[in-house]
Design a protein around this ligand. Structure first.
Ligand SMILES: Nc1ncnc2c1ncn2[C@@H]1O[C@H](COP(=O)(O)OP(=O)(O)O)[C@@H](O)[C@H]1O
Ligand SMILES: [Mg+2]
Length: 398
């Protein structure tokens, strides 16, 4: 395949490793400077110019977008998507993961543990917010910090209030988070590629520091990841809309607590700690996807007016249940059930003779009117379009 690696740092370890891994496997990999693209919307089809010239055809793109160029970088990745170039880290996924509040909001509706977190604006709401996450000590975070900068542990309420007030006075948005003390300065980084964790390490903060970031002096060691942690990491990446991600988890009293999902994880620390070939795993995964690409359903379906993807929650008293309706009978009403969620099991492509039960959740594609007719009037707020990657309607500019 012909692979574009978007990077502003052609000599950085991760970029070099990706190119080397791709070349070893007989692929043609090029490093392209993210900021030298021109997004061209003047012709009949979406296009990209690179360094003033028409961009070659690429099969896949691996974006490594630094925080400082998020806005332009996302626009470039989005343009590759419009041109049907495969990427394991789509622009929505990168945008979701960039902002600590947005990512935690998206994770919060799913069955993945996150640290108790609040976000407030008014001074009067700060004290109740601190209480709500369990009281001091609390962690205070800037929404877009990296490398541990902008993450503060406030030992008592007075200091917490003062820190929040100071940051807000400089127009910075901060979130207030429960301090997961039992993790004791440790956390786990799992590198997810596709549906599995390809490498994992534990990071330990140095001395009395609570932040485990390597940039803050943290040390790393390879670990055999507990399957519960591996499952959580894969789920978190999937929820964010990322097929390649570095998922950071605290070791909570009741298991993994997802703190962060990184869309451009560095490989140096984790390859050195584990001796594993992460760049190779990513390249192999991307090559397999290029041969059989997934489709962003939302973009393809919006053109068929009157049809959509909807999640139906089957409540007690639903006529469907009383009538013993089957999946096959729904199909006759122009509704295809893509996935059936029953208790904790997920049944993809359920068989047509399967009977619908109370508390089932059906992810359906079909005629919107027909689906609307299936839910009683007062329950209609439970009929909602399932956002596939939880994309916000408007990009918030700060
Ligand atoms: N709620 C928390 N409880 C305990 N430790 C935390 C918490 N949040 C962050 N940390 C520690 O601080 C480090 C940096 O926080 P993180 O949110 O990952 O910010 P950054 O994006 O700057 O790395 C984490 O790796 C972890 O060691
Ligand atoms: Mg981090």
């Amino acid at each position: 395949m012909k692979l574009a690696v978007l990077s502003r740092a052609p000599r950085s370890y991760s970029t070099q490793r990706l190119v080397a891994a791709a070349s070893e496997r007989g692929h043609d990999a090029r490093i392209l400077d993210t900021l030298r693209f021109a997004i061209d919307l003047s012709g009949d089809v979406p296009d990209l110019q690179y360094r003033g010239r028409q961009l070659d055809d690429f099969d896949a793109v691996l974006p490594r977008i630094g925080a400082s160029i998020t806005f332009f970088g996302l626009a470039v990745v989005r343009q590759f998507e419009q041109m049907d170039v495969y990427t394991p880290t789509p622009s929505n996924g990168i945008a979701n993961s960039r902002d600590k509040l947005r990512s935690i909001q998206i994770l919060s509706r799913h069955d993945v543990a996150i640290p108790a977190t609040t976000f407030v604006r008014d001074r009067a709401d700060v004290l109740p917010a601190i209480d709500r996450v369990g009281g001091a000590p609390v962690v205070i975070k800037l929404l877009e910090g990296t490398q541990g900068i902008g993450v503060i542990l406030a030992p008592d309420t007075k200091i917490a209030e003062a820190v929040i007030e100071t940051l807000q006075s400089t127009r910075q948005n901060v979130l207030i988070q429960r301090f997961v003390a039992e993790s004791r300065g440790r956390d786990v980084r799992a590198l997810v590629v596709g549906d599995r964790v390809v490498a994992a390490m534990r990071r330990q903060a140095s001395g009395d520091e609570f932040r485990s970031n390597v940039h803050r002096g943290g040390s790393v060691e390879a670990i055999d990841l507990d399957p519960v942690y591996a499952d959580t990491a894969v789920r978190a990446a999937q929820i964010m809309g990322l097929r390649v991600a570095g998922v950071d988890m605290l070791e909570g009293a009741e298991g993994p607590v997802v703190m962060e999902v990184n869309s451009s994880p560095g490989f140096e620390g984790i390859e050195r700690a584990t001796g594993l070939d992460i760049a190779g795993a990513i390249t192999d995964y991307v090559a397999a996807q290029v041969a059989f690409p997934e489709i962003d359903v939302r973009q393809r379906l919006s053109v068929s007016a009157g049809y959509g993807v909807v999640e139906l929650s089957i409540n007690e008293g639903a006529a469907l249940v009383a009538a013993g309706t089957t999946i096959g009978e729904l199909r006759e009403q122009d509704i295809s059930v893509l996935t059936l969620n029953r208790n904790t099991t997920v049944i993809p492509n359920p068989q047509s003779d399967r009977v619908i039960e109370v508390d089932d959740r059906l992810l359906c594609f079909g005629n919107l009117e027909a689906m609307r007719g299936l839910v009683p009037e007062r329950r209609r707020n439970r009929l909602r379009v399932q956002p596939l990657h939880d994309e916000p309607l408007l990009e918030e500019r700060r």
